[in-house]
Design a protein around this ligand. Structure first.
Ligand code: SAM
Length: 381
């Protein structure tokens, strides 16, 4: 097993130099330690591809001491750039794009944004790829203009024909978040398309989309299996992103209602619904807690909820409304076992925890995805 040359500084992969088998054991132990108090934890589902699985990366630009342009990932808890030539967990097409884009930036003397003086142009580049061999390049600038925009677009396309869309994103604020609020499509349609389980998904620059496409199919199939859905069910897909889980599940239920707070992801969810010819799903732009509260106030009947909140987990507004709605089954998909533990602590009074299934979506990193299946105890909230 080769080791990434910058693994000591980069911090992106905490489990470099450890065999994949050992990584799985470490994740299993961690999940057991945190969650076995609720129910026995199933054996973690491994990932078939442990390298080059990421379909999205964000690289930052800076200068080295000789004022040469460098690009790479930030070292942990800093804005110090660890230069990379390639990334062991990124899709190979992304690695080729990193090299090509860096050459184009240097050749055209594009200035690099300086966070202290707030001068210069290029801050980051975000790259996404899809399993239809489409790529997206997002140039993120610290000022409003992208220098030599036409040349950058032309050369990116000339050397990388798989690039189907190029976006200019403006982020003038001195924060760690990569993308700013304003974006302009410079080439193509502003999205690329990925295919999961025979369904097409359009993904825009700012939308959340699972980074490990292969394992996403495994994750969703397991979550839907555990939800035990029937064609009489009304299902809530909470924190639905681009609508992937709900659309996956739509053929097993009567109706799907997805809720998502990010407008760009929600727009993608509605489009994904339409292009896949699905007519029993609707997607609502709202805070998930606020939406659940309004459903509970209107005493809407819900059979099942699949919830997939961000790392911070859910909130009591969401969970207290969910227990009032009292669906028969809840499937909680979590990317953070700590917040999952906190939220299960709340839910366990009303719901019996029937299965805890960890899934490895992120080999070489410490991150674990966990699916928890909960059944209604019949306790009134
Ligand atoms: C872990 S992602 C899951 C997305 C989707 N289920 C998937 O698998 O692609 C969490 C999603 O929750 C959304 N989100 C975060 N806070 C939210 C809130 N308060 N209400 C609704 N959606 C929220 C994020 O924008 C993101 O799309």
């Amino acid at each position: 097993m080769k080791k990434c040359p910058v693994s000591e500084y980069c911090g992106g992969c905490q489990y470099q130099g450890i065999t994949y088998q050992k990584q799985l054991e470490m994740k299993q132990n961690y999940a057991d330690r945190l969650l076995s108090g609720f129910h026995a934890v199933e054996k973690i589902i491994p990932c078939k591809e442990s390298e080059h699985y990421r379909n999205k990366i964000q690289i930052s630009f800076g200068y080295d001491e000789q004022r040469r342009i460098i690009c790479g990932y930030y070292a942990p808890n800093s804005h110090f750039i660890v230069p990379i030539q390639e990334c062991m967990i990124a899709d190979e097409k992304i690695n080729q794009l990193i090299k090509s884009l860096k050459r184009i930036i240097i050749k055209n003397h594009i200035s690099i944004y300086d966070e202290r003086s707030r001068k210069g142009c290029l801050r980051h580049i975000l790259i996404r790829t899809s399993n239809l061999n489409e790529s997206m390049v997002v140039f993120v600038t610290g000022s409003r203009t992208l220098q030599k925009q036409d040349i950058l677009v032309r050369e990116t396309l000339r050397y990388n024909p798989e690039v189907k869309t190029i976006v200019h994103n403006i982020n003038e604020v001195p924060v760690s978040k990569v993308l700013g609020k304003k974006e302009y499509v410079l080439y193509g349609k502003g999205y690329i398309t990925d295919v999961l389980n025979g369904l097409s998904f359009r993904i825009s620059a700012a939308s959340f989309y699972q980074v490990n496409t292969y394992q996403t199919e495994v994750l969703y199939a397991k979550a839907i299996e555990l939800a035990g859905l029937t064609d009489k069910d009304t299902l809530i897909d909470a924190y639905c992103g681009t609508g992937t889980i709900g659309l996956f599940a739509s053929s097993s239920v009567k109706k799907v209602m997805g809720v998502e707070v990010n407008a760009s992801a929600l727009k993608d969810a509605r489009t994904n619904c339409r292009i896949n010819g699905i007519n029993n799903a609707e997607f609502i732009l709202d805070d998930a807690g606020k939406y659940m509260e309004s459903l509970a106030e209107n005493k809407v009947h819900i059979d099942a909820v699949i919830m997939d909140p961000p790392r911070s987990g859910s909130d009591t507004r969401f969970m207290s409304s969910m227990v009032k709605l009292s669906p028969e089954r809840i499937v909680y998909v979590s990317c953070n076992p700590e917040t999952l533990k906190r939220d299960l602590q709340y839910l366990k009074r009303y719901y019996r925890i029937e299965k805890i299934q960890p899934v490895d979506m992120f080999p070489y990193t410490k991150h674990i995805e966990t699916i928890v299946c909960l059944k209604n105890r019949g306790v009134r909230a």
